[in-house]
Design a protein around this ligand. Structure first.
Ligand SMILES: NC(=O)c1ccc[n+]([C@@H]2O[C@H](COP(=O)([O-])OP(=O)(O)OC[C@H]3O[C@@H](n4cnc5c(N)ncnc54)[C@H](OP(=O)(O)O)[C@@H]3O)[C@@H](O)[C@H]2O)c1
Length: 341
């Protein structure tokens, strides 16, 4: 049992560089600044960050539209990869110098971050820092929603909206590797063709095709068992039409609107379930449960090469503004990463 704090190196700097916005606003608000360096409390690791993943929620936070959960750091960044520098009291199984991927409540756009040890996994064999940094937020979101919440069963079918997003490229690969028939939507022919290459059986360009019609055609009128949605709004009644009897809709965002108009009696008659979740706000123990399930079920897919990190672009931390501009342009396919050290 590890009881004492392991600390390396002894001469850690007292401050660190972060990328942050002094005031809410556009991507150009992101600049480098200095902050005190955190340290590892009991149950935590301190990581020296090598790379950090960029997620859509980071843009919302920069604009002041994503309130930071109570008690969390206000530094942007929900995932990273780096070396363990300190091991907090009571932590077992981690050592100074280990390479870790971390799911963060915040703090990724920085040189150092403290994180509960249960939210860390070893960097999968063969991955570089940029690839390792791109995994935790999407793997945990996708796995916890599609499997732990919507209970996708072997042999069932899945529709993933936004197949070219960071979330989408993750879900497409995981569930096609596990043998599911997977359908997806994306906003251009180039994105649709990338989705087909990542395991989608059918990629529907939502700008000129009706996904309900195409999903029903592909399933002989039955519909899909599970939908992973990030759109909401007017997609909601259409999602319900695309679900099979006993189907489950699991939502992670509502970019086209939170308030919806659906036929509840149709949902009841066909025994549909509507659910969803927000990963960042979940308790530490629940995040650890999700991370452990990802370690058991998703990490082997990565280490056997059946799921590959899809890193579209890498920017130095000093160019976080350009990374956010790219994300907001929606020209990317897969993940955007910041290289910190
Ligand atoms: N609840 C949670 O715990 C949780 C966790 C992580 C992420 N999320 C959410 O999941 C979403 C994806 O996150 P990300 O970081 O992967 O972002 P991202 O890479 O920027 O992806 C956003 C995607 O939304 C797609 N999209 C927009 N309108 C669409 C529509 N009408 N139909 C289908 N796709 C559409 C865009 O595709 P086109 O450019 O082709 O339109 C783009 O690929 C975000 O909304 C994020 O906030 C939620």
């Amino acid at each position: 049992m590890q009881s004492a704090l392991q600390n390396f190196p002894a001469d850690l700097p007292m401050s660190m560089t972060i990328a942050a916005a002094r005031h809410p606003g556009g991507p150009e608000m992101l600049t480098l600044m200095e902050r005190p360096r955190p340290s590892a409390a009991a149950g935590e690791l301190l990581l020296k960050i090598r790379s950090a993943g960029v997620n859509r929620a980071d843009c919302l936070q920069r604009m002041g539209q994503y309130p930071v959960p109570a008690g969390a750091t206000d530094i942007i960044g929900l995932e990273c990869a780096g070396e363990v520098i300190e091991v907090g009291a009571g932590v077992q199984g981690w050592h100074v110098g280990d390479r870790a991927c971390a799911l963060l409540i915040g703090g990724g756009y920085a040189e150092y971050v403290n994180v509960p040890a249960g939210q860390c996994l070893p960097v999968p064999i063969g991955l570089d820092w940029d690839e390792a940094a791109s995994l935790m937020e999407t793997c945990c979101t996708v796995w916890s929603n599609v499997i732990m919440r919507a209970a996708l069963e072997p042999g069932e079918t899945l529709l993933i909206h936004g197949g070219s997003s960071g979330i989408g490229v993750t879900a497409l690969q995981i569930f096609s590797a596990l043998g599911h028939r997977v359908f997806t939507t994306a906003g251009s022919e180039e994105k649709c063709s990338a989705c087909l290459g990542l395991g989608a059986e059918l990629a529907i360009n939502y700008r000129d095709q009706d996904f309900v019609e195409h999903v029903l055609m592909a399933t002989n009128g039955r519909g899909v068992d599970v939908i992973l949605d990030m759109v909401g709004g007017d997609y909601m009644p259409r999602n319900l039409k695309a679900l099979a009897e006993d189907g489950r809709l699991v939502g992670i965002a509502a970019t086209r609107g939170r308030e919806v108009n659906v036929d509840l009696m149709d949902a009841y008659r066909r025994r549909l379930t509507i659910t969803g979740s927000a990963l960042r706000r979940q308790p530490i123990a629940e995040k650890a449960r999700i991370v452990e399930s990802v370690r058991q079920h998703v990490w082997p897919l990565i280490e056997s090469g059946r799921f590959k990190a899809v890193v579209h672009s890498v920017y130095p931390l000093a160019e976080a503004a350009a990374a956010h501009q790219l994300m907001e342009s929606s020209m990317h396919i897969g993940k955007i990463v910041l290289r910190v050290a």
